[in-house]
Design a protein around this ligand. Structure first.
Ligand code: ZN
Length: 342
């Protein structure tokens, strides 16, 4: 523990009292950490990289950091059918329900397994993203991080793939548009893999600007020449194997920042994947925690300029649990500083 238990208790009471005071005066509260116990259960095959250790170790490392006490800890609700239906077809949701086994797991796509807990976990993961949007829109938090599994950005409206079943970030974006009448929502996807599901869901929907940085060639895009044409509301930013900080930062500066300045998002959503880290077993990029910290600071500047600081960050990939935890810590170490008097 980073503090003795009585110091931690005092700090917790201090933050809770201050939250109430800030909320009373209409000032945005601390960063929110939104998760659900079922998201930490195992629901893939044994030895599968998308394991519950990912969330367990993130929390374990954060609990040893002063960042932990600065976060509002929120338990995610389950997403409603109405909220899901804005993104996924009823036929697909019914398919997932029908295929869910009572025990064991069922392979439904390459490397993607459905077990008894999967759909329930996915419903709470999407519920976390909904709650995060509600909190930042209602000024209960300046920004929010959803510590959830399974990830979502490969799931399309009618297909599970790449460990993803429900597209959490798409559900969050549609909730912001439907419930808060936002006209411009930006999704920044910095996972190692292209967010093909998100791109398909929002293809040519000009209420959403989708920016996706990814290693290429790699799953799911093996050949951009035969891939569907890039939609006009999407920026695809491929990096090649071996690229590191310089290439990553140059690409963000050249391809993302000016486009975001033109778009002027009212809300920024992050598909926060950390599998581009040099220690991740699934990729070949050479990013470090410093790069995720650098990007988070850039995103915060943009959010302050156009979106009243509103950022919702939703966990996607990252498959070396210890490296993932350090990367999430670097990301959160910036986000918590957005709150007043952090
Ligand atoms: Zn990934």
């Amino acid at each position: 523990m980073f503090f003795s238990s009585w110091t931690e208790r005092l700090l917790r009471y201090y933050y809770l009292g201050r939250d109430k005071l800030l909320h009373f005066f209409g000032i945005k509260g601390r960063s929110a950490w939104i998760s659900a116990p079922i998201c930490v259960t195992e629901h893939m095959e044994r030895e599968h990289p998308e394991s519950c250790k990912r969330l367990e170790i993130i929390e374990k490392i954060l609990r040893r950091s002063p960042i932990w006490v600065m976060l509002q800890k929120i338990t995610a609700p389950e997403v409603s059918d109405v909220q899901l239906a804005r993104v996924h077809s009823r036929k697909y949701l019914r398919f997932l329900e029908c295929k869910t086994p009572v025990s064991g797991s069922l392979k439904i796509e390459e490397d993607t397994y459905l077990s008894a807990n999967t759909l329930k976990s996915a419903r709470y993961a999407a519920g976390a993203a909904i709650k995060a949007v509600d909190m930042v829109m209602k000024k209960q938090a300046k920004n929010a991080f959803c510590a959830i599994r399974p990830p979502g950005h490969h799931a399309s409206d009618e297909r599970a793939s790449g460990f993803c079943f429900i597209n959490n970030i798409a559900v969050a974006a549609m909730h912001a548009i439907a419930e808060y009448h936002l006209e411009r929502v930006a999704i920044l996807d910095f996972d190692l893999h292209h967010g093909d599901g998100t791109e398909k869901i929002f293809r040519d929907d000009n209420r959403v600007l989708f920016l996706s940085l990814f290693e290429y060639p790699l799953y799911p895009v093996m050949d951009l020449a035969t891939y569907p044409e890039c939609p006009n509301n999407t920026v695809r930013t491929p990096l090649k194997a071996g690229d590191g900080s310089n290439e990553f930062r140059d690409a963000i500066r050249e391809q993302w920042l000016s486009r975001l300045d033109v778009f002027q998002p009212e809300l920024i959503l992050c598909s926060a994947g950390f599998d581009g880290h040099k220690n991740d077993p699934l990729g070949h990029l050479n990013l470090t925690e410093d790069d995720f910290e650098w990007l988070t600071k850039k995103v915060m500047l943009l959010a302050n300029r156009y979106a009243s600081g509103r950022i919702v960050s939703v966990l996607e990939g990252g498959y070396n649990p210890r490296t993932l935890a350090k990367s999430v810590k670097a990301h959160l170490s910036c986000l918590v500083k957005a709150s007043p008097f952090y």
